[in-house]
Design a protein around this ligand. Structure first.
Ligand SMILES: [Zn+2]
Length: 340
């Protein structure tokens, strides 16, 4: 790829940060194009046919944009995993975004999904659907579990929520004590999102710790500047978010505000598709199955085949490989010889 190609490509997945001068409000816009198309291409199969029904594709795109914004906003040193477990035809949708914004996503659909299916028709038919956000630290202490929060797909009155942005807004409020407004949109080319967030009330040192969080809680929902900017943000239309560049979006929405552009992350520093699967991890999985289960699969099929749901890569192990897995020889560094 030439220099021009590289420059053009680097423009194709971007995260823009900005703030409102003098106000306790910040924002971000994410636009995933090549990263999003790669996720879809990986699942498209040999014939290139779409694997996901349109409504599921758009939901997964919105989730991907949202998880990227949440990771960039929380800056968690590890993986942020956004998952929905559905009780309708969409059984599972997962997005994982690493600290460096490397990301991957996949969904599992069983049965028919109507063309313009709503969120609840896809995954909350009986109001049993749920959404989890897992923060998995890069380095864990022995025995340490990832942090996981669950948010239901319904509101205070158990009314079904029809927008993913509302579900995630609840999470940010509950878990991060932050007012957050999200606008999300996706189609077959672009997955994009706008996040507006009230900055927490700043602390004045350790002694004031509890007072500070109370001061912050008192501000939830009551900051006029945030409320005004949030309303403006919510007026952004799906078409605008999908088609306009960030400067145009910010000008259109906030022309009366003083917006200061901060960092832009793109190219190698920006959001991009990357799958972290490896033969070693799959070996670990097979080890987890246990020797009996593995042997029964080998007996039945002659090999154990595991496909990565995120990138489509196939891992295949025959009886000799399996024997090595259970002999623990796969722990040897690559290239080392096994003495029989
Ligand atoms: Zn993979």
């Amino acid at each position: 790829m030439g220099e021009r190609g590289a420059a053009r490509r680097s423009m194709m997945a971007e995260l823009h940060k900005f703030l409102f001068e003098g106000l306790p409000v910040r924002g971000m816009v994410v636009r995933l194009t090549d990263a999003w198309q790669e996720i879809l291409r990986r699942r498209a199969g040999e014939d290139g046919a779409n694997v996901y029904p349109e409504a599921v594709r758009d939901l997964l795109g919105e989730m991907t944009a949202a998880a990227t914004l949440m990771q960039a906003s929380i800056k968690f040193n590890g993986a942020l995993v956004l998952q929905v477990f559905g009780d309708g035809p969409v059984k599972l949708a997962v997005v994982e975004v690493q600290h460096d914004l490397a990301l991957r996503a996949t969904a599992k659909v069983v049965g028919e999904v109507a063309e313009a299916a709503s969120l609840s028709e896809m995954l909350n038919v009986h109001n049993q659907g749920r959404c989890t956000i897992t923060l998995d630290p890069k380095t864990r202490f022995p025995g340490q579990q990832p942090y996981q929060s669950m948010v239901p797909l319904y509101g205070d009155q158990r009314e079904k929520l029809e927008r993913l942005s509302d579900v995630l807004g609840h999470y940010m409020l509950q878990s991060e004590q932050l007012d957050t407004t999200l606008v999300l949109a996706a189609d077959d080319k672009v997955a994009a999102g706008l996040l507006i967030q009230r900055l927490p009330v700043e602390g004045e040192g350790n002694l004031a710790g509890s007072m500070v969080s109370r001061a912050n809680e008192d501000q939830i929902g009551h900051d006029e500047d945030y409320n005004r900017i949030s309303l403006l943000a919510a007026s952004l239309k799906r078409e605008e978010l999908l088609t306009l560049d960030v400067d145009t979006i910010l000008r259109r929405l906030f022309w009366q505000e003083k917006v200061q552009r901060l960092q832009t992350l793109d190219g190698a520093d920006g959001p991009r598709f990357h799958c972290s699967c490896s033969a070693e991890r799959v070996r670990g999985m097979i080890r987890g199955l246990g020797v009996e289960e593995a042997e029964s699969i080998l007996e039945e099929r002659g090999h154990i085949e595991v496909g990565c749901e995120f990138c489509g890569r196939q891992y295949r192990f025959d009886a000799v490989d399996a024997a090595q897995i259970f002999a623990g020889r796969s722990e040897l560094p690559p290239g080392s010889s096994v003495v029989q």
